[in-house]
Write a protein that binds this ligand. Sequence first.
Ligand code: NAI
Length: 245
Amino acid sequence: MLNIDLTGKVALVTGSTRGIGRAIAGTLAECGAKVAVVGRDRAKAEAVAEEIGEARGFACDVTVPADVTMLVQEVEEKFGSLDILVNNAGITRDNLMLRMKDDDWDAVMDANLRSAFVAIRAASRGMMKRRWGRIVNITSVVGLMWNKGQANYAASKAGLVGLTKSVAKELASRNILCNAVAPGFIETDMTAAMTAEARAAMSGEIPLERLGAPVDVAHAVAFLSSDLAAYVTGQVLVVDGGLAM
Ligand code: NAI
């Protein structure tokens, strides 16, 4: 049990049916928050919600702006509030830049960057009225260090940093904090596709000599969602075992 108290707060975590998002949803619930678990598949989201405690499952494809806006309204109606928004859903469509299709660019931008903007715009209205809010965007060390074959992903994740800082400045006077967490290489479906050699080579580059666990990222999000982070806004907390140093 983490010594972070989120009792009475309502949290929405996009893409929380597996991987890092699921760990974030579970950790926030452990800290006492009521959690909206969100996935494209409602049944999966409901199954995860049942496992993690005081939570409900919702279906939303975050690439559809109207659906994201409706999701926020639905969560506010069902739980009576929305205090913590975690923009976690994300995809990769890797290719060398010269071979990258317009579709690969648009799909990654829509899922990783526009989705966060739309969710923040929708969720911030209620947060402003209540004069309390926490927004955490999951970016990536790739958005800070760049990577061959990931021009679209790196641009979307760097864009999230710009979004985070702009929103932090716009909403600070209403006691709404907006920060980002930048994971390094974390053991999830997204990194499972790596070969054993690539994995070993990557671990060799990481000062802490291991890939991270989803819960390593979740702990950083829990901190930024809590009153312990009351004087922290517009920051990027890097959770990467020292990789990007
Ligand atoms: P994952 O692929 O295991 O999970 C991604 C989640 O987002 C899934 O639940 C998926 O269904 C959801 N999602 C994707 N597109 C969606 C859409 N259009 N609508 C609704 N949900 C959608 O990936 P992982 O590793 O858990 O990644 C979570 C976040 O962390 C992503 O934003 C990723 O870019 C970021 N990240 C991951 C790293 C890693 O090493 N695994 C490193 C740095 C950042």
